[in-house]
Each structure stands twice: as C-alpha cells, then as structure tokens.
Design a protein around this ligand. Structure first.
Ligand code: LMR
Length: 338
C-alpha cells in the first residue's frame, strides 16, 4: 500500500471505530453513513454505471441517511491494494473481478476463469444465483468480508499486434493477465508468457510494449483505449469476466438493521440493472472499436474454435487441485461447459 494510502486507511479505521461506538450506544451518528465504493474501471462500463446506480438508489431509498462515494479508475487504490483497504476499513465496498480473490486465500473463485466453463450467460447465472454462488460468497466471511452480489461484465476477447487465429499464434507473446493462476496457466498452455499486471497499468504496458497482448471484455478494452495500440483482436469468448460486490463485514454488521435492509434492496435493484446493461455495453464497445478503424477484428471459424478449446483443455487438470475438485466439478455439472 502506498504511504499516503496507509495513513488514509488508519484515519478511516479510527472513524469507523467512532461510528461503531455511536451505533453500539444507540446514539444516531452525527452525519450520514458514508460508504466509499472503490473500483478500478472507467465510469462508463457495466461496473462503473452500476456503482453509480447503487449510489443513487441507496441515497434515495435511505432518505439521505447513507452517502455513497464512488471512486472509479483506481483513483484510490489499485487491484491488490483495494482488497487490503477493504479489510482495514479504509473503504467499505468494492467489486473486484472474480479472478482477483485468491490473494485473500479464497482460490475457489478462480474456477470462474477456467476457459469455456460457461457456455452461456444462463449457465453462468445458474451458478452465481444458486447454491454454488452463495456458498462461494460465504467463504469470504472468515476474511472479514461479506459478499452481497455477483455483477456481470462479459465474455473475453484476445488482442495483440498480430492476428490470433490458431493457438500457435500465441507462441512467445507476452500477455497481460489479471492475477489469477488459472489465467497464468491458460496463457502458458497457449505458448504465451503471462504477466500479471494491475488493471490501471495495463493500457500503458501495451503502449510501451511491456506486453504485446491481453485478454479482456470489449468494454474494458475500449474505455481504456487499448484498441489504439492493439492492431488485432479476436472475438473468442474463451472465458468469463465478472465481479463479486463485497463489503467490510464489520462495517456491514454494525449498520442499523433497517439501513442494512434498505441497502440490500438497493443492491438487488442495482444488480438487476447491471445485468441488463452489461451485454449491450460490450456489444456497443465492440462496435465502437470497429468504427475507430484501428484494429482488425477476427471471428473464429468452428474449426478454429475447436482448436482453441483443445489447446486450453489441459488447464482443467492442472488447476483442479488448486481450485478444489469439488467446486470445479459442481460448476461444470451446473453450467454444462467444457
Ligand atoms: C482487469 O483487471 O482486467 C479487470 O478485472 C478489470 C475490471 O475490474 O473489470
């Protein structure tokens, strides 16, 4: 954590203790309850827009008793730091991608990164909205974190400065990934060299040639202008990128029960909104990249798709042990993927 962030974290903890004290003694805290919601993407993305929607709903529904401050674009913290800040209570709410939970010691979320595990959004929702999804969120409790909801982004595409049509095309390319061992393995089986970088560093790493390619959703690529430095892009939909909305458990449990229920309702509505806009946002972003004319967009033939699947299949056997055979098996049964 950067030094000024650490100081901010400690001050925030002190504030939190004071406000818990007020709740515990039955006194109303002086001002509104403040929720700092930090995230790493642009405001005009599915997550960015849903964070703003949650702010609007929470503030309206609580009649101003809650104020939500949204900090997009890693303004406060980068990926790893934001998880530390949440645990310290310097921020109260985050929505990290499911690929970023293993530093907390909850490796099971990396199952969502397995290539081709979800054949459709419906299959994904069967997992996130069912017993498996709830069970995974509960695992966060021992880390001082409460999981509130799953938010969507979408299926990922691959980009580089050369066409990526066959697995062999990845040979020797340095590819930026999120900090997930499954994604690391996925790039290795393709013959690429994975490099885990914070999201906030990715666009510049592509520009400066630190990495030659990456994978992400069209909305993340477009809003970070990655297409301006990536000449080729393949609509491979080979993996999924989504989020868990999480809060500091102590903060959440310390809220007056009525406020907590109001915030839960606001979250249900914000989540429905998020799911409704995510696909469209990605379709629009892909169309905008096409219009920009900087990047050649490739789609795979059925034969090429089959070759990608075959090349990535070994990731399952190599990562099952790490993620947990039970979780991978349960998700595969529920989702009916690869
Ligand atoms: C990434 O690091 O590529 C994504 O997790 C960013 C995000 O939050 O969508």
């Amino acid at each position: 954590m950067r030094p000024h962030h650490l100081a901010a974290a400690l001050l925030a903890c002190a504030g939190l203790v004071l406000s818990f004290g007020a709740h515990a003694q039955g006194r109303k805290p002086a001002g509104p309850i403040v929720i700092k919601f930090s995230h790493v993407v642009a405001p005009d993305t599915p997550k960015g827009r849903a964070a703003e929607r949650f702010k609007l709903l929470a503030e309206q529904m609580s009649g101003g008793r809650v104020r939500v401050e949204v900090y997009p674009n890693s303004q406060l913290y980068r990926d790893r730091e934001e998880l530390e800040a949440l645990q310290l209570g310097a921020v109260q709410m985050l929505a990290p991608s499911l690929a970023k939970f293993s530093p907390l010691g909850v490796k099971e979320f990396e199952a969502f990164d397995l290539p081709y595990i979800f054949p459709s959004k419906q299959a994904l929702y069967a997992v996130t909205e069912g017993r498996i999804g709830r069970g995974l969120l509960r695992k966060l409790e021992t880390k001082g974190i409460t999981g509130l909801a799953y938010w969507d982004n979408g299926f990922k595409i691959m980009s580089a400065n050369k066409p990526l049509l066959a697995p062999a095309d990845f040979g020797g390319l340095r590819m930026r990934i999120q900090s997930s061992r499954v994604l690391d393995e996925q790039m290795r089986v393709l013959g690429a060299q994975p490099l885990a970088l914070a999201f906030s560093e990715t666009a510049s790493a592509l520009r400066d040639g630190v990495v030659q390619g990456t994978e992400n959703t069209p909305s993340n690529m477009y809003t970070q202008r990655m297409h301006e430095t990536q000449t080729h892009l393949t609509v491979s939909n080979h993996g999924y990128l989504g989020y868990a909305v999480i809060v500091n458990k102590k903060f959440w449990d310390g809220l007056p029960a009525g406020i907590r229920r109001t915030l839960e309702r606001a979250m249900v509505e914000a989540t429905a909104y998020e799911k409704a806009i995510a696909q469209r946002a990605n379709d629009d972003a892909l169309a905008a990249i096409r219009r920009a004319g900087t990047t050649q967009i490739h789609t795979l033939t059925p034969q090429q798709q089959a070759a990608w699947r075959r090349a990535m299949a070994p990731v399952y056997a190599r990562m099952e042990q790490r993620i947990g055979k039970d979780v991978v098996g349960a998700i595969r049964r529920e989702a009916g993927g690869l």
